[in-house]
Ligand binder design. Structure first.
Ligand code: FES
Length: 619
């Protein structure tokens, strides 16, 4: 039996989905394209997947809900989506996530500067009508007028060719890409030629639709990666995929469904038909590339971390069920290594890293911190398991950058000043807020460089009373009240705990140490860097001073640190718009040297040193 679930946000964003009775609400939300955080993959251990049942209040809360939700939230009908099932038609409110998307989407709107030469092109042909003197068959009649000498023709097209050619008296438009006939359309349609570029993130998927005649971006869209119900990070998804072909298929279907949802939305916004999209490019980390193509990622997880492929892979859209023209080509850009994916290739394309003659590092801060360093004609890459702390996972009050997230923290004269996204009552803290908070606490003497929050009675005796009052015993040490319950949305104090700070130390230490190793391998130190580029939406929102103060970024002048936005997505768009850029991406495979950190003892040493909340040269 099917039930209908209407998801909505307080600001009026709506989406409906019909699912089998008994479907998990977290999964239903993902299917509806509504962003619900599910950092533990539905295990009931993160408490992030809060939704509110609107029509009917839930019965007695589960113990796990009592653990993560305040009494006020329980009374209002908030539940954990992963613990609840869709048993009848329901109305479910999901917390506002739009800002997280808006931040990411807005960054994809700048146009990459490329020479426009897409792989796919349209050729309008006014073919001669057959006569008794010219009995050339339809296919040969078409092919002899194409500039390409060897064109592969799918049976699917041949089957319909006689009708298509006669529909407009032998006036047709052929769509060709890489010596393959993608479509034949009646009449003249050359002006309608579109493509999509995707950045498939572990957490968020972004897509943009382009007019391939002008290169113009027509629409952008995003969705939560619905694979999150199988875990927040790539390792849990690899583990799930390794469970058998059905699991792998399920993960592939999830991501394809999300992409199809984005395509539908983009086509609607731009007023075009989905079959007029003839090409798609995609970047993502290596695991996402595998799962998107339905390729078994099992051997990516254990050492020696072997991917099934590295080179760019092109498939027909129909082969993977992507909802563009069925003959359209889908190209996944090349991966560099098991944990440095085509998203890094996209970043290198977009930043022109291999063309630079100075010393430049790119840091993509995410669940996997991916780093690239260009120096002395070499390009080195590595990845560090930074963990999902910057996405708000494993942080007690962590959340993504959505309305209600504390995004900036200052402490002035003993007073804590918060900046909350959407000027809403605070609900939690996002990655940029976390970095800011640590830097502010460090400066105020509330946090020691070792990462320990001070005891207000002993080591923190010097603090002003206003700050002392915010410190209280908590799990594993003291905790600091960032926002008191009187102003917080959930009616309970929003605190930064000692384990939260440990998570942050691990995340920032891994990234910093990774950079140190790359620098060491080319015989440089951070002082030699001419520029550090911060890739990823997150890089645009963190305060550079704070990131440097806690030792996430190297100790170089702030003017040498430049955010470059969603460079991975920009790289995907460049490869969509230009064959040359695609060739550049492929050439990077021979150029880039990958540094495997897990095999390096000096990385472990650098990591231990990099855990301290302090900005100094460490090696
Ligand atoms: S508690 Fe529901 S996804 Fe983690």
């Amino acid at each position: 039996m099917k039930v209908k679930i209407s998801f909505m946000t307080a600001s009026g964003l709506k989406s409906e989905v019909t699912v089998d009775r008994g479907t998990n609400l977290l999964e239903a939300a993902a299917r509806a394209g509504m962003a619900v955080e599910g950092n533990c993959g539905g295990k009931g251990s993160c408490g992030k997947c809060k939704v509110r049942l609107r029509k009917k209040l839930p019965g007695e809360p589960f113990d796990v809900e009592k653990k993560f939700l305040s009494p006020a939230e329980l009374a209002e009908g908030w539940v954990l989506a992963c613990r609840r099932t869709a048993d009848e038609d329901m109305e479910v409110e999901v917390p506002e996530q739009s800002d997280a998307f808006r931040r990411k989407i807005s960054l994809t709107e700048e146009e990459p500067a490329v020479e426009l030469e897409p792989a796919v092109r349209k050729i309008e042909l006014a073919l001669e009508q057959p006569t008794v003197e010219d009995q050339t068959p339809d296919l040969e009649r078409l092919l002899r007028r194409l500039p390409e000498k060897h064109v592969r023709v799918p049976l699917r097209l041949l089957a319909k060719l006689p009708q298509v050619m006669r529909e407009d008296n032998f006036a047709v438009t052929a769509v060709v890409s890489a010596e393959r006939l993608i479509a034949v359309e009646p009449g003249r349609t050359a002006e309608r030629l579109y493509g999509v570029a995707f950045d498939i993130g572990t957490t968020t998927i972004m897509g943009s639709l382009h007019d391939l005649n002008s290169g113009r971006a027509l629409a952008v869209g995003a969705a939560t990666n619905p694979q999150n119900v199988y875990g927040a990070d790539v390792i849990s998804r690899i583990t799930y995929a390794s469970g058998g072909p059905d699991n792998l298929k399920r993960l592939q279907q999830k991501v394809i469904e999300a992409l199809n949802g984005i395509i539908k939305e983009l086509a609607r916004k731009a007023g075009i038909k989905r079959h007029e999209i003839y090409e798609a490019t995609a970047v993502g980390n290596t695991t996402m590339s595998h799962l998107f193509l339905g390729v078994d990622p099992t051997y990516l997880a254990p050492a020696p971390f072997i991917p099934a492929f590295r080179r760019a892979i092109a498939v027909e859209a129909a082969e993977i069920g992507l909802d563009i023209n069925p003959g359209g080509q889908v190209v996944v850009l090349p991966n560099i290594a098991g944990y440095v994916g085509s998203d890094t290739v996209g970043v290198i394309l977009a930043t022109g890293l291999e063309k630079r003659r100075d010393r430049c590092a790119v840091i993509d801060i995410g669940t996997n911190g991916e780093l690239a360093l260009a120096a002395g004609g070499r390009i080195l890459t590595c990845s560090t398991a930074a963990g999902p702390a910057f996405e708000g996972a494993q942080i007690k009050y962590g959340m993504r950058a959505a309305d209600g997230a504390i995004e900036a923290v200052r402490i002035e004269d003993g007073e804590v000043i918060l900046k909350v996204i959407g000027d809403a009552p605070p609900r939690g803290i996002c990655g940029s807020g976390l970095i800011d908070a640590a830097a502010a606490l460090l400066k105020a003497g509330v946090l020691e460089p070792s990462g320990r929050l001070v005891d207000p009675e002993t080591s923190g005796a010097h603090l002003p009373p206003s700050l002392k009052a915010r410190l209280r015993p908590g799990k594993g040490g003291f905790e600091f009240i960032l926002a008191g319950k009187e102003i917080a949305a959930g009616g309970e104090d929003i605190v930064l705990t000692q384990p939260d700070l440990r998570e942050l130390q691990l995340a920032k230490g891994a990234i910093y140490a990774g950079l140190q190793i790359l620098l060491k391998d080319v015989g440089l130190t951070e002082a030699d860097l001419d520029e550090v580029l911060l890739a990823g939406a997150f890089g645009n929102y963190i305060r550079k001073e704070s990131a440097r103060a806690i030792g996430l970024l190297p100790a170089i002048p702030l003017e040498k640190i430049t955010p470059v936005g969603n460079a991975a997505g920009r790289g995907a768009r460049m490869a969509l718009l230009s064959k040359k850029e695609r060739a550049r991406a492929e050439a990077l495979l021979d150029l880039v040297e990958h540094v495997e950190l897990s095999a390096r003892r000096d990385f472990q040493e650098a990591f231990i040193k990099a855990l301290a909340f302090v900005s100094v040269k460490l090696l």
